[in-house]
Unconditional design. Structure first.
Length: 202
C-alpha cells in the first residue's frame, strides 16, 4: 500500500457461503485466490496512487472464520504535480511485512484484516531532468506501517471493497539531507488505503 497496499488484502469471498454452512465438527482450512487492486490517497501530497492488479491468496478456517492472506510486493510509478504542473515521476513499492491477519463473518456480512507493510521509494525523477534520481534506491520507511482494512461482504458473485487508514512512518536511506525532506513530504497519518476485490480472472 502506497499505499500503500496491501494491501491488503483479503481473498475470501468465493468461500464465504461454505463458511456459513460448515459445521464446527467438520471445520477445515480452505484456500482461495482473489484479484485485488490497491490504491492509496496520500494525504500530504493530495494525490492517489493506484497499483496494478495482483493475485492474493487466503487461507480461511471454517470453524471460527479466521484467515491469513498473502500478496506479492507491488510497484507503480505516479506523477506528482503542484497546481496542475507536473513536477516529478515517483516510483513506489509496497512490501508486505508478513501475511495479513483477520477474520470474516458471512452471516453478519463483514470482512476485517490487518496488514503490516513497508514503503520504498525507488526513484524521484524530475520531469525536466528524468535522468536524475533525487533519492538513493535504499529509500524506505524506517519501520512497517499497519493498516486495518474492513468492508462489507455482499455475496460470492459481487465485488467487495475494503478501506482503512495508514500512518506512513518516517523514511531513511534516501540520501544526505533527503530523509527529512521525504519524511516531511510523505510521512504521517490519514492516508486512505482502498483494496478492490473481485474473483480471480475477471
Amino acid at each position: 500500500m502506497p499505499t500503500i497496499a496491501r494491501s491488503a488484502a483479503l481473498t475470501t469471498l468465493p468461500v464465504a457461503f461454505l463458511l456459513a454452512a460448515a459445521p464446527s465438527a467438520s471445520a477445515v482450512e480452505l484456500t482461495t485466490t482473489q484479484q485485488a487492486t490497491t490504491s492509496t490517497r496520500l494525504a500530504k501530497l493530495g494525490s492517489t496512487v493506484t497499483f496494478p492488479a495482483t493475485t492474493m491468496t487466503s487461507t480461511i478456517d471454517t470453524d471460527d472464520g479466521s484467515m491469513t492472506s498473502t500478496m506479492p510486493a507491488q510497484t507503480t510509478t505516479t506523477r506528482l504535480a503542484l497546481a496542475g504542473l507536473p513536477l516529478a515521476d515517483v516510483r513506489l513499492r509496497i512490501v508486505p511485512d508478513g501475511p495479513a491477519v483477520g477474520s470474516m463473518s458471512p452471516t453478519e456480512g463483514w470482512i476485517r484484516t490487518t496488514q503490516r507493510l513497508n514503503v520504498e521509494i525507488e526513484s524521484i525523477r524530475p520531469v525536466i531532468a528524468p535522468g536524475i534520481n533525487l533519492v538513493k534506491p535504499t529509500c524506505k520507511t524506517t519501520s512497517a506501517g499497519s493498516v486495518a482494512l474492513s468492508g462489507d461482504f455482499t455475496g460470492i458473485t459481487e465485488p467487495a471493497t475494503l478501506t482503512g487508514d495508514l500512518t506512513i512512518p518516517s523514511f531513511s536511506g534516501c540520501g544526505f539531507g533527503r530523509d527529512l525532506l521525504v519524511t516531511a513530504a510523505v510521512s504521517g497519518p490519514g492516508n486512505t488505503v482502498t483494496v478492490d476485490l473481485s474473483p480471480a480472472g475477471t
